[in-house]
Write a protein that binds this ligand. Structure first.
Ligand SMILES: Cc1cc2nc3c(=O)[nH]c(=O)nc-3n(C[C@H](O)[C@H](O)[C@H](O)COP(=O)(O)OP(=O)(O)OC[C@H]3O[C@@H](n4cnc5c(N)ncnc54)[C@H](O)[C@@H]3O)c2cc1C
Ligand SMILES: *[C@@H]1O[C@H](CO)[C@@H](O)[C@H](O)[C@H]1NC(C)=O
Ligand SMILES: *[C@@H]1O[C@H](CO)[C@@H](O)[C@H](O)[C@H]1NC(C)=O
Ligand SMILES: *[C@@H]1O[C@H](CO)[C@@H](O)[C@H](O)[C@H]1NC(C)=O
Ligand SMILES: *[C@@H]1O[C@H](CO)[C@@H](O)[C@H](O)[C@H]1NC(C)=O
Length: 530
């Protein structure tokens, strides 16, 4: 990595030959020419501009975070394209390059900072959004235990199609079934089966995508090893537009078990979480027990790939303090579980189709999330302070997800996702608040920022790690020098998401496949320009 010094010089002085780049702000002629170019390649009903009454409803349709609605409307895209086949996606990229308009691609729209549909540059570059929601076909091959899924599908749709076409098979992905497979698999994909089967991205066998020139790369052979490596965890929006994934499906038993045990501080919550930190990553691979800490209370929730009596016996011998009994258990099919963990008892009154295939969702409160990785267990004293952290104006929550199992047995450079051996668990800090319209009410309450600062000495270091799918713009945003994003600036978050070595490799891949940095956003991977 001796080259970093060179890059540093280059970024600060900006004297290297600029790569061919797009104008940073395009004029109206370009915009009209761009729309004209689209209209000759894409049926007009698939291209919505802000003058259309359907534009704003479509723009906000998959926004998951109320905090991002006003910013998205304030600087809307030139148009939203809803492709129904690959040639439409290629056309947007080709027209965009020709007429200096960038694209952002949206699958499930859950990006924590909304980078799939909004640009944070004030009066910034013009962009178009490709909304993939209409490309959501799923083809399951039960005999080979594989599936091709188009990237506009949600994980809920994937779970439903897999389990109904191939009972006994499942797929490891998000707890929340409204997440898009485009974004989650691009960034890794963690969930309650990762200890047994790894990340979603670890189970990608092949893919198809549109590259920065607008070419269709139909499979991994067309991509080459480096690009195929980069798209499986290197973060969405960086290397091209993935159209479909070929997935390895995994065996699940006829019944799985959920249990839930809540403990207050008086009931020993702090001791229990202290022990949980090293116990949960060492449990059998088919048992995941995560913890949610909120309002000084800890709630332990499980997925066990087996029956209630077995998991109660395991917990009784390994973690008797938790006091799990058969009364805390619910046995159900894996598919029911994917709905239950998110919708709870609604699964008793609504068909699974209505829950897992429903793409419309109610907009929740304002949200700000951050993440950490823990490699050394926190002391009881530190945890006590966390439990009592002042609640501020909002209502904060910590979600601790155990790693270990298969996650610890995959090498850190196998995919761009580096958080493998030695990681005990991931922390997601969640700040939720309601915006009452009062001036300043959109500002994130200090609970999350102050707790994150407090945690600095206790979590991973050099650099402090974070999960790219829990994107956080507080870590910094890209700086553009001579038309290309600067590597040195990007290291501030890139090395935290991917580790220094993987980030270096990702930037090299970016240089190979998108040297002029067409696919760019606030935290995209920069092409290594040396
Ligand atoms: C309610 C909720 C629950 C979550 N639960 C989990 C969880 O359990 N596990 C977990 O790992 N993560 C979870 N996440 C985080 C989630 O994985 C990321 O936000 C993910 O990026 C969302 O994917 P998406 O397609 O819905 O988002 P989008 O906003 O559509 O996309 C996210 C990013 O990927 C890019 N992108 C989207 N589609 C493509 C594509 N086809 N090709 C290339 N780039 C693309 C976008 O441009 C953007 O940069 C959760 C998020 C939310 C809001
Ligand atoms: C994609 O749609 C266009 C119409 O917009 C059509 O002409 C073309 O044949 C379609 N391509 C494929 C591969 O289906
Ligand atoms: C933050 O995390 C929580 C818990 O996983 C999730 O429900 C919420 O949707 C996330 N919000 C955003 C904006 O990412
Ligand atoms: C639970 O699973 C174990 C191990 O597979 C099996 O031996 C046992 O009979 C099962 N118990 C019940 C009640 O189904
Ligand atoms: C889909 O979800 C939305 C939001 O929660 C709800 O209003 C709607 O009734 C649901 N649709 C169905 C068919 O259940």
């Amino acid at each position: 990595m001796a080259n970093i010094a060179l890059v540093l010089t280059v970024c600060l002085l900006g004297f290297y030959a600029p790569a061919p780049s797009l104008a940073s702000s395009s004029n109206n002629n370009n915009d009209d020419d761009f729309l004209q170019c689209l209209s000759t390649n894409i049926p007009s009903q698939l291209v919505l501009t802000p003058t259309s009454p359907s534009f704003t409803p479509l723009l906000v349709s998959s926004i998951r975070n109320a905090r991002l609605v006003a910013p998205a409307k304030a600087n809307p895209p030139l148009c939203i394209v809803t492709p129904t086949n690959a040639s439409h996606v290629q056309a947007v990229v080709r027209c965009g390059r020709r007429h200096s308009v960038r694209v952002r691609v949206r699958s499930g729209g859950h990006d924590n900072e909304g980078l799939s549909y909004r640009s944070t540059t004030p009066n910034g570059e013009k962009f178009a959004v490709i909304d993939l929601a209409k490309l959501h076909a799923i083809h399951v091959n039960p005999h080979k235990a594989t599936a091709w899924v188009e990237t506009g599908a949600t994980t809920g749709e994937l779970y439903y199609r897999v389990a109904t076409a191939a009972p006994g098979l499942g797929f490891p992905a998000s707890v929340c079934p409204t997440v898009g497979v485009g974004g989650i698999i691009s960034g890794g994909g963690i969930g309650l089966m990762m200890r047994k089967y790894g990340l979603s991205a670890d189970n990608v066998l092949d893919a198809s995508m549109v590259d920065a020139k607008g070419n269709l790369l139909a499979n991994k052979k067309a991509m080459g090893d480096d690009l195929f490596w980069a798209i499986r965890g290197g973060g969405g929006g960086n290397f091209g537009i993935v159209l479909s994934w070929k997935l390895r499906l995994v065996p699940v038993p006829p019944k799985v078990t959920f249990f839930k045990v809540a403990k207050t501080m008086e009931q020993g919550a702090v001791d229990a979480v202290t022990k949980w930190q090293t116990l949960a990553p060492a449990l059998p691979d088919d048992l995941s027990v995560r913890v949610v800490i909120q309002k000084s209370k800890a709630t332990f929730q499980s997925l066990y790939l087996g029956n209630c009596s077995t998991v109660v016996a395991t917990m009784h011998s390994r973690f008797p303090e938790l006091g799990v009994t058969t009364a805390d258990c619910k046995e159900m099919s894996w598919l029911q579980y994917t709905a239950y963990i998110y919708f709870g008892d609604a699964i008793n009154s609504k068909p699974l189709e209505a829950l897992l295939l429903n793409r419309s969702m109610t907009l929740g409160p304002f949200v700000k999330n951050k993440s950490d990785y823990v490699k050394k267990a926190l002391t009881k004293e530190t945890l006590e302070k966390i439990f009592l952290w002042p609640n501020g104006a909002g209502s904060g929550q910590l979600i601790l997800e155990p790693h270990g199992g298969v996650m610890g047995r995959i090498a850190a450079d196998e995919t761009p996702f580096p958080h493998r051996r030695g990681v005990l668990y991931n922390i997601q800090y969640v700040e939720l608040w309601n915006f009452n319209g009062a001036p300043g009410g959109e500002v994130t309450p200090n609970w999350i920022g102050s707790l994150y600062d407090f945690m600095t000495p206790y979590v991973s270091k050099n650099p402090r790690r974070a999960y790219v799918n829990y994107r956080d713009l507080d870590m910094g945003v890209n700086k553009v020098v001579d038309g290309v994003t600067c590597y040195v600036t990007a290291r501030m978050w890139g090395e935290r998401y991917f580790g220094p070595a993987n980030f270096w490799r990702l930037s090299n891949v970016k240089r190979k496949v998108d040297a002029s940095d067409y696919f760019r956003n606030e935290q995209s991977v920069p092409p290594l320009s040396i």
